[in-house]
Ligand binder design. Structure first.
Ligand code: COA
Length: 259
């Protein structure tokens, strides 16, 4: 099928999905979500595909977050629907029966970090930077980030990263277990392909059951995700969120008032 915001190719039974809006640092807008949803569906239904890689176009960003320009007009209910939609697409990735890994080739911020965390595991290049900087916008992560980051790196570091909006360098992400490997940029896709080629030699049903069982081990109850949708929507009812997103788009520093 044809995609406008993604590049999708299949080689050696591996589907490479590249988010392709480099001029906006591959920010996730509505069209990207629609097409990502379709691409994951294709991974699931196309028998030629045994596994997949998600990466970003260009040398600078994997994905620099949800598209902030789409936030300005949203009310609380629409924000909750956006959060739910994002969570649902990312659940589809997380629960895919075929392995889907993230090859993080630069900034993985906000929704980009959340997308990477929804994948089964992650590799990154030496120039990668991870973070949940939503608080700078008067917001919280809304695509599962409050949950997955905590499960992946633990409560204390998760709290700190979300509260400070500070970014993690590749080596720190490795040390925290957020990524499995850090490699030079030119080796990122070859190394990702090499790992999937090995996995692709294994029994597909066993692989799908590993995914299912590991997800069960980590996720047990999913209530936290519902709380995140409500809290994300609540932020859209504040002046600080309007100030934070306007400030980003106007390229100035936000002034928060607590309202
Ligand atoms: N949503 C919409 N547009 C975005 C974006 C996002 N999340 N991230 C980057 N862009 C756009 C910029 O507005 C800019 O567009 P323009 O050229 O039309 O002005 C373009 O992508 C390049 O980004 P720019 O900010 O100029 O690059 P930089 O190298 O100076 O900074 C970042 C890179 C990643 C630090 C910066 O873009 C950033 O902070 N992005 C937002 C990160 C974020 O808060 N993500 C969470 C969103 S919920």
């Amino acid at each position: 099928m044809n995609y406008h915001t993604l590049l999708v190719s299949i080689d050696k039974n591996i589907c490479i999905i590249t988010i392709n809006r480099p001029e906006k640092l591959n920010a996730l807008n509505k069209d990207v979500f629609t097409e990502l949803d379709k691409a994951i569906e294709e991974v699931s239904t196309n028998n030629e595909i045994k596994s997949a890689i998600i990466t970003g176009a260009g040398a600078k960003a994997f994905v620099a977050g949800a598209d902030i320009s789409e936030f300005a007009s949203l009310n609380k209910e629409q924000a909750m629907a956006l959060s739910k939609r994002g969570q649902d697409v990312f659940f589809k990735i997380e629960n895919s029966k075929k392995p889907i890994i993230a090859a993080v080739n630069g900034f993985a911020l906000g929704g980009g970090c959340e997308l990477a965390m929804a994948c089964h595991f992650r590799l990154c290049s030496t120039n990668a930077k991870f973070g949940q900087p939503e608080v700078n916008l008067g917001l919280i992560p809304g695509y599962g980030g409050t949950q997955r980051l905590t499960k992946l790196i633990g409560k204390g570091k998760s709290m700190e990263l979300q509260m400070t909006a500070q970014l993690l360098a590749a080596e720190d992400a490795l040390q925290l277990g957020l990524v499995n490997y850090v490699v030079e940029p030119e080796n990122l896709l070859p190394r990702s392909v090499e790992i999937l080629e090995l996995i692709n030699t294994k029994a597909p049903v066993a692989i799908s059951k590993i995914i299912e069982c590991v997800n069960t081990a980590v996720d047990g109850l999913k209530d936290g995700y519902d709380e995140e949708v409500k809290a994300f929507g609540h932020c859209f009812d504040t002046n600080d969120m309007k100030e934070g997103t306007s400030a980003f788009l106007e390229k100035r520093k936000a002034i928060f008032t607590g309202k």
